[in-house]
Design a protein around this ligand. Structure first.
Ligand code: RB5
Length: 151
């Protein structure tokens, strides 16, 4: 898969662990920074990752930070992104199987690197089920976005 990844200063160490896992699995990784522990504002790095996904340049986006929360909120403002914060394997699999999530955030201050790698692998490998009721609900979210855009 083509993976776009970014982080803020609070997620840099976790990003490095995740990139190592992605490379070991043979994914094509595009790293959008940040590359140091100097404080940055995460939206500046989230939006380029999210835009790479909606433009089709990446299949999925991944963004570790301190908590996982702000980047999830930011990414969900980008049309076509379904971002989730996951710190456990059940949520990671559910977010793919039911919600067809295409953007994962995690918090380096929340989860250890070993567990984060397990969450990442579960999220990468679980397919969307395609079950009609889930597709219908996902379509309703997209319809809501389009209705707001048309206002
Ligand atoms: C940075 O200190 C922190 O606020 C950020 O990484 C993230 O947790 C925001 O939601």
């Amino acid at each position: 898969m083509k993976i776009a990844i970014g982080c803020d200063h609070a997620g840099l160490a976790l990003k490095r662990v995740l990139i190592e896992c992605l490379n070991a699995e043979g994914h094509e990784v595009h790293d959008f920074g940040t590359d140091s522990e100097d404080a940055v504002d995460y939206p500046d790095f989230v939006f380029p990752v999210a835009e790479a996904v909606v433009r089709g340049e990446a299949d999925r986006g991944i963004f570790p930070c301190g908590s996982g929360l702000g980047p999830c909120i930011a990414a969900n403002k980008v049309r076509g992104i379904s971002a989730v914060t996951c710190h456990d394997v059940f949520s990671a699999k559910s977010s793919r199987r039911d919600n067809n999530a295409n953007f994962l955030t995690m918090g380096q201050r929340v989860i250890g690197s070993g567990a984060a790698v397990e969450v990442l692998k579960a999220w990468l490998h679980e397919p969307f089920s395609g079950i009609e009721r889930h597709q219908r609900r996902n379509d309703a979210i997209r319809a809501r976005e389009q209705a707001e855009d048309a206002r």
